[in-house]
Design a protein around this ligand. Structure first.
Ligand code: BJ8
Length: 422
């Protein structure tokens, strides 16, 4: 790996603690990823990104800043990347996925809060993540209570703009989200010093749609049996999509999709045809949270779809490209983003319908509904989801976990027994 010590120092990071993180990640990645067989060749790009995860992309973002560009750190797929990209900015996803950051987060948050939030604040306050350090500002959103309140704490330390996500999906809520997008656009214009125009926004909408289509192609390939890519590799592609440049993200995902489609034509899979197929739904799996996928895929099954924000919710539904005015585009953005079936909405029948639809489309043998500990929203949706799947005769296993490894053996036993009975 290249030497990024000087860059991290300039970013004001805690180098000593960061070194400890850098020491464990390659081992975790090696054990989880590099032990897989018959991986697509185009995963080499994603392996490279992981090997330089705190170096290569932050260095690009610093370069952008030197040319006057701004970096927006986000925590939710509701923040419309299109607006930032249109104004020449870059978006980087910041959700923390490692137990490493949790204790630091617990210094500023109660311990009974979801690990994603604790890890995110831990990464910020511990100064051990260059993506947090490089961001010019954070963009939060009012999805769950924990995040909403956490932004107050973050905002006391770094500029944090919070978007007010409606909690229902009536016409008036879509109109309210459109207004929020228009307000956010003003903020982005002020931060970047660039005007948002119908031309640059239309261009950005096309760019992000292109990225969505590329990611969707990879998921489409996962419907084949034998499946041409492991769930772990598909998850890694998704996790990296959150902080990569959108044009490159589309290029690399398209290359991967080309390879997978060729594999399908040859009837070649990453596991034998007939291997038990699992859909995972629930809270997002932020990098480097590979725990569940690893357990499933070393227990004789394969993950073929993720109905979550690090999965289908990130790329399903495109923004209508037919609008010519800024106002029309704000409306198109509002309509697209409000199709996301996050459990923060009430009621939220769309998510249950999505999981049932995808279970059929991806021809799954079983569903694992996994939420992060202390996430009430997804926890409460477990029962109606299990009922809907039972009605369709699709087995479902509900799990709750966090980032720590101490439940790995218990999870392995439960997941192993579930796969066994499929
Ligand atoms: S659109 S799923 S990315 S909010 S797991 S922090 S909900 S307590 S992450 Fe999410 Fe946006 Fe919804 Fe997607 Fe809270 Fe739950 Fe933690 Fe969560």
């Amino acid at each position: 790996m290249a030497d990024y010590q000087a860059m991290w120092k300039d970013l004001g990071m805690d180098l000593e603690t960061h070194d400890q993180l850098c020491a464990v990640l390659p081992m975790a990645f090696g054990d989880t990823y590099l032990t897989q067989e018959n991986r697509p060749e185009n995963m080499a790009f994603y392996d490279f990104v992981v090997s330089e995860i705190h170096g290569v992309r932050p260095a690009e973002l610093i370069e952008l800043q030197k040319q006057g560009g701004k970096v927006f750190g986000t925590f939710c797929v509701f923040v419309p990347d299109e607006v930032v990209v249109a104004c020449g900015g870059a978006v980087t996803g910041l959700c923390g996925g490692s137990q490493f950051w949790v204790p630091e987060g617990e210094k500023v948050l109660p311990s009974g809060i979801c690990p994603l939030i604790k890890a995110s604040l831990g990464a910020h306050f511990g100064k051990t993540c260059p993506y947090f350090s490089v961001a010019d500002m954070y963009v939060g959103e009012t999805t769950c209570d924990g995040k909403k309140k956490a932004y107050e704490i973050l905002g006391a330390d770094k500029k944090t703009y919070v978007m007010d996500v409606p909690q229902m999906k009536r016409e008036k809520d879509i109109a309210a989200w459109k207004d929020e997008i228009a307000l956010f656009a003003k903020e982005v214009e002020a931060e970047t010093g660039n005007e948002l125009t119908a031309e640059n926004l239309a261009r950005a909408i096309r760019t992000i749609n292109e990225k969505r289509r590329a990611l969707a192609r990879v998921f489409e390939a996962r419907k084949a049996d034998p499946v041409p890519i492991s769930g772990k590799d598909a998850l890694l592609m998704m996790q990296i999509a959150f902080f990569d440049d959108p044009v490159r993200c589309a290029e690399t995902a398209n290359k991967l999709a080309d390879e997978l489609e060729a594999r399908i034509e040859r009837g070649e899979g990453v596991v034998p045809a007939g291997t038990k197929r699992i859909l995972i739904t629930g809270t997002p799996l932020a990098i480097p949270n590979w725990k569940l996928h690893h357990i499933v895929e070393t227990s004789g099954a394969v993950v073929v779809c993720e109905e979550m924000c690090t999965g289908t919710r990130y790329f399903e539904n495109e923004v209508d490209e037919g609008e010519g005015t800024l106002d029309g585009m704000f409306q198109a953005l509002a309509q697209r983003y409000m199709k996301n079936n996050c459990a923060c909405f009430t009621p939220n029948p769309g998510r249950v319908a999505d999981v049932v639809r995808m279970a059929k489309e991806y021809k799954v043998d079983g569903v694992i509904d996994a939420n992060l500990k202390f996430c009430t929203l997804y926890d409460v949706e477990k029962a109606p989801l299990a009922d809907a799947l039972a009605e369709e005769g699709i087995p479902c296993l509900g799990l709750e976990t966090d980032y720590a490894d101490n439940d790995a053996e218990q999870l392995r036993t439960r997941i192993g027994a579930f796969i066994e009975m499929l």
